[in-house]
Design a binder for this molecule. Structure first.
Ligand code: PMP
Ligand code: GLU
Length: 399
C-alpha cells in the first residue's frame, strides 16, 4: 500500500545542488571522467589547526551532549568574531549554534513564519530558501532583479513588494548563485525602505569571507542600529574554513527569536556535534591566514573562469565580487540544436553539457533564472581549465 506522506513534505523538492553533485559523483564512481562545477563547497582541506583542535576534543573526552544552542566557549568565539569583523555586539542569549547554516535557516523560518505570511526572496536565489519557506506554510515572494544592475535589489523593487503580510526579507551577500555583493551605499538605500517596518531581515552572510579585489563586507545590521534589532545574522564555518562536512552554522539576533530557535532545536537535533563545536571555536579564534590564502586562490580562479567563459560564443558572464560561483547568461544559445535535439532551457543545456562535455553544472532555473547556468569554481585550476575547454568545444557543436 502506498504511504500517504504529509502535504508539507510533498510541497518541496530535494535540494537540486546536492542532487546534481550526487549525480556527478555517481558518474565518476562508474568511471566516467566528469568535471564537476556543481558542488558549492571548497575543494581545500580543513586547515590543520582546526583538525587538531577536534582531535584534541576527542582525546580529551569532549564527546557528550552540550548545551542545546552551543557551548558558551563557542558562543563567545562567535560573539568576538562578530564584534571584531562587523563591530556588532551580542550576548550569549542572542546566539544559537546549529548543524550548519542551512539548519539555522530552517529553525529561523520555522519559528518566524506561518500560513498567510510572505517572505521576500530576491531572484536569483539560493535553491533552499523557497522550499524552507514553503515548509512553514508561508509564501515565498520572489523579488526580481536585473542582470544590468548586477542582480542586485533596487529600493523601488523592494518597496513595491512589501505588503501587510510581509514577514521577512532574505538577503544573501555575497550571493549564491551570482556572486554579487552589496556596497554600503546600496545597503543604505535598502535600509531607508526597511526602517520603520516590522520586517525581519534574514542576512545570510555565509560567503562573507570570500570577497575579492579588496572589497569589504557589510550587511544591514552594520548599516543601522535600528535594523540590527530586526536582523538575524546567519553565518557558519562551512565556506570560509573549508568545513562543509563539520556542520556548524549559527544565528545571531533578537533574543526572543533565538530562544525559540533553541527550543525547536531541543526537540529535533539537540546540540550540534560537540567535537565540531570545538573545531569551529578554533576556526574563529585561531589564525585566519588560511582563510586569506584560500580567498586569494578563489580570486585567481574567478579571474580565469570569467575570462574563459566570456571568450565562448553565446556566453556572457559578469565578474562576481564574491563567493565561488559564476552565473553566465547562456540564453543566446537557446533555440540551437545538436543531433536534432533543441536546447531551449537551462535544464536542457545542463543535460547537454553533462552528456556531450562531461561537465556538471547547475541549471539557472533552479535559482529562479532560466537564462543562466551556475558553475562553482571551488575546484582546481586544472579542472577549471579542462572543464571550460570542454564546454567551449561542446557548445561549438550547437547549430
Ligand atoms: N546559505 C547559502 C547561500 C549557501 O550557499 C549555503 C551552502 N550550502 C548555506 C547557506 C548553508 O551552508 P551550511 O549549511 O553548510 O552551513
Ligand atoms: N550551498 C552549496 C550549493 O549551493 C552546497 C549545496 C547546498 O547545500 O545547496 O551548491
Amino acid at each position: 500500500m502506498p504511504v500517504e506522506l504529509s502535504k508539507r513534505i510533498k510541497a518541496i523538492k530535494p535540494s537540486p545542488t546536492l542532487a546534481i553533485t550526487a549525480k556527478a559523483n555517481a558518474l565518476k564512481a562508474q568511471g566516467v571522467d566528469i568535471i564537476g562545477f556543481g558542488a558549492g563547497e571548497p575543494d581545500f582541506d580543513t586547515p590543520a589547526n582546526i583538525k587538531q583542535a577536534a582531535i584534541g576534543a576527542i582525546n580529551g573526552g569532549f564527546t557528550r551532549y552540550t548545551a542545546v544552542g552551543g557551548t558558551d566557549a563557542l558562543k563567545d568565539a562567535i560573539i568576538s568574531k562578530l564584534n571584531r569583523d562587523s563591530v556588532l555586539s551580542y550576548r550569549r542569549e542572542q546566539i544559537c549554534v546549529s548543524c550548519g547554516a542551512k539548519h539555522s535557516l530552517y529553525n529561523l523560518f520555522q519559528v518566524l513564519c506561518e500560513e498567510g505570511d510572505e517572505v521576500i526572496i530576491p531572484v536569483p536565489y539560493w535553491v533552499s530558501y523557497p522550499d524552507l519557506v514553503t515548509l512553514t506554510g508561508a509564501r515565498p515572494v520572489i523579488l526580481s532583479t536585473a542582470e544590468e544592475d548586477g542582480f542586485k535589489v533596487t529600493p523601488q523593487n523592494l518597496e513595491a513588494l512589501i505588503t501587510s503580510k510581509t514577514k521577512a526579507l532574505v538577503l544573501n551577500s555575497p550571493s549564491n548563485p551570482t556572486g554579487c555583493a552589496y556596497t554600503d551605499e546600496e545597503l543604505r538605500a535598502l535600509a531607508r525602505v526597511l526602517i520603520g517596518t516590522d520586517i525581519q531581515i534574514i542576512s545570510d552572510d555565509i560567503y562573507e569571507k570570500l570577497l575579492y579585489d579588496g572589497a569589504h563586507f557589510c550587511n544591514l545590521a552594520m548599516i543601522s542600529e535600528t535594523l540590527k534589532n530586526q536582523t538575524i545574522v546567519v553565518n557558519g564555518v562551512s565556506k570560509a574554513y573549508a568545513m562543509t562536512g563539520w556542520r556548524i552554522g549559527y544565528a545571531a539576533g533578537n533574543e526572543e527569536i533565538i530562544s525559540a530557535m533553541t527550543k525547536l532545536q531541543s526537540q529535533n537535533t539537540s546540540n550540534p556535534t560537540s567535537i565540531a563545536q570545538v573545531a569551529a571555536q578554533e576556526a574563529l579564534n585561531g589564525s585566519q591566514d588560511e582563510v586569506y590564502r584560500m580567498r586569494d586562490e578563489f580570486q585567481n580562479r574567478r579571474n580565469y573562469i570569467v575570462k574563459a567563459l566570456n571568450a565562448i560564443d553565446g556566453v556572457s558572464c559578469l565578474l562576481p565580487a564574491g563567493a565561488f560561483y559564476v552565473f553566465p547568461n547562456v540564453s543566446r544559445l537557446y533555440g540551437k540544436s545538436f543531433n536534432g535535439k533543441e536546447v531551449n532551457s537551462s535544464a536542457a543545456l545542463t543535460e547537454f553539457l553533462l552528456t556531450e562535455a562531461k561537465v556538471a553544472v547547475v541549471p539557472g532555473g533552479e535559482f529562479g533564472s532560466d537564462h543562466h547556468i551556475r558553475l562553482s569554481y571551488a575546484t582546481s585550476m586544472e579542472n577549471i581549465e579542462k572543464g571550460v575547454a570542454r564546454i567551449k568545444e561542446a557548445l561549438g557543436k550547437l547549430r
